[in-house]
Design a protein around this ligand. Sequence first.
Ligand code: HEC
Length: 112
Amino acid sequence: MKKLLIGAIAFGVMIGSAAISSAGNPLGPCKACHFFDKGPEVKKNNLGPGLKGVVGRKISIEGVGALGDTWTEAALDTWLTNPGAVKKGTKMTFKQKKEKKRAKIIEALKGL
Ligand code: HEC
């Protein structure tokens, strides 16, 4: 049941993000699962930690040992390429295979 619910949320996010990202905000797809104006102690919809100041910040989630302990631009790039490849079973279903789009996302994260 829980899995079904998560699937439904992820599906909703995908549809929502298509509309928002076409408006040109690289962080549009993140909105359903992350706050931008709050730190890691606050999770949105019980999913993603707040992303305020994330670039250069300590990694707050567990099980991403290979990335080190800080969200450097390189670590973010690896994570955003495919979170599921970094952490098996993660609930972050978003991934971005296109390098240019990831670069835009990371640029936008720097402003949070
Ligand atoms: C479907 C929901 C969802 C979407 C969409 C999503 N995320 Fe996440 N994100 C998560 C979840 C859940 C976690 C926690 C992962 C874990 O613990 O396994 C997470 C974790 C993170 C983290 C680690 C934060 C920390 O404090 O260590 C970063 C950075 C992140 N996401 C960035 C993004 C960005 C940037 C986007 C948009 C381009 C995005 N996420 C889209 C759900 C999502």
